[in-house]
Design a binder for this molecule. Structure first.
Ligand SMILES: [Zn+2]
Length: 69
């Protein structure tokens, strides 16, 4: 029933998808978020609370975990 972010499903390597614009946050160490000065390899749950979707500015709770392939 809860629409809250289920952090228990989010692991360090879990990719997170914005459900507004489908931007994918990927904690892959080869990537990172230079615009927001996020170190590469930062897991979604370790992002600073000010972080929001770089494309549409959606809050973190608008992101859903992507299943690992
Ligand atoms: Zn977005």
């Amino acid at each position: 029933m809860s629409a809250m972010l289920d952090s228990q499903r989010i692991q360090d390597d879990t990719r997170m998808e914005c459900r507004i614009c489908w931007y994918v946050y990927d904690p892959d160490p080869a990537l990172g978020d230079e615009l927001e000065q996020i170190p590469a390899g930062t897991s979604f749950t370790s992002l600073p609370s000010r972080w929001s979707c770089p494309q549409c500015n959606a809050a973190q709770e608008m992101f859903l975990p992507l299943a690992n392939e």
